[in-house]
Design a binder for this molecule. Structure first.
Ligand code: URA
Length: 283
């Protein structure tokens, strides 16, 4: 558990970081516009240098930056194929653990201060050929510290089983490792801060194929804001692996009609990985 109240230093660092990333529109979580970043930072600087007790200052929620990623944000992530040779399979679990240790009790982005219970690192086979990327932990994942363990996770497990695999044979992770409050879409500063760790995990696992689940995963994995419908049905390249895009299981729970389309995407994945679906009993 992390303390919900960020220190002034943490907020100042966050605001400086946001400014570097050209994220300049800030809103309180109750949607009341804040002062522009410069004034906000100055207010904090002067608070630190006057006798005014901190308790008298207006408490500041971690900023909610209501904007989609722009082209510069998306281009700032390096999705090139790794240049270093793959790690020997026996060393990959330890390499993943080292990344987890480096993340520590992370306070690198606003999600650290939004009521997170667990950082959800990702799990599965460190040598998996198939790796799924979701958006971010939901309530169940935040409670348990593991990705895709709630209702959407059950559906993902069924999708994996339909491909003839067990969940333990694949690797599963998310664009952000901390739950966005009320399951909102991660803000650019959150996704851009967190996803380099995911990319390093992928560099350790070296899957043959990545499946991006939903628009957020597709946007940050591919660096494009194209519609899902334009990205589905073809192979893309990302981090030296092939990547396909399909619907997010949570979306399929809301609109089960898209399950047939999703199955087409999974069949594309199966063809690429030479997988055959398990025989149904009696078939
Ligand atoms: N939705 C996601 O995108 N990821 C999870 O881990 C769970 C639900």
């Amino acid at each position: 558990m992390t303390d919900a109240s960020p220190t002034n230093e943490q907020l100042a660092a966050l605001l400086a970081y946001c400014r570097e990333m050209n994220l300049t529109e800030f809103f309180r979580s109750d949607d009341v516009p804040l002062q522009p970043v410069e004034a906000e930072t100055a207010a904090h600087a002067s608070a630190a240098h006057t006798e005014r007790p901190m308790a008298a200052a207006t408490p500041l929620a971690a900023p909610q930056i209501s904007m989609p990623p722009n082209a510069d944000h998306l281009a700032s992530l390096n999705r090139a194929a790794p240049t270093d040779p793959p790690l020997p399979p026996a060393e990959r679990a330890a390499a993943l653990e080292a990344i987890r240790q480096e993340i520590g009790d992370c306070t690198r982005c606003p999600l650290a201060f939004e009521g997170r219970n667990h950082i959800v690192f990702g799990n599965g086979d460190p040598n998996a050929e198939l790796l799924f990327v979701g958006e971010g932990p939901g309530a169940d994942e935040d409670q348990q510290g593991e990705p895709f363990v709630g209702r959407a996770g059950q559906l993902l497990n069924n999708m994996i089983a339909a491909m003839g695999l067990a969940r333990e044979q694949v690797y599963v992770a998310n664009i952000v490792k901390c739950r966005p409050p009320k399951n909102r879409v991660p803000e650019p500063v959150e996704a851009l801060t967190c996803s380099p760790f995911l990319f390093r995990q992928i560099g350790v696992v070296r899957p043959k194929l990545i499946v991006a689940l939903g628009a957020t995963a597709a946007t940050y994995m591919l660096g494009t804001r194209s519609a899902l419908s334009l990205l589905r049905g073809k192979m893309h390249e990302c981090l030296g692996a092939q990547l396909i895009v399909t619907y997010h299981p949570a979306y399929l729970l809301r609109d089960p009609r898209q399950k047939a389309e999703t199955w087409k995407d999974l069949q594309l994945a199966m063809r690429y990985l030479n997988l055959t679906p398990p025989k149904r009993p009696g078939a």
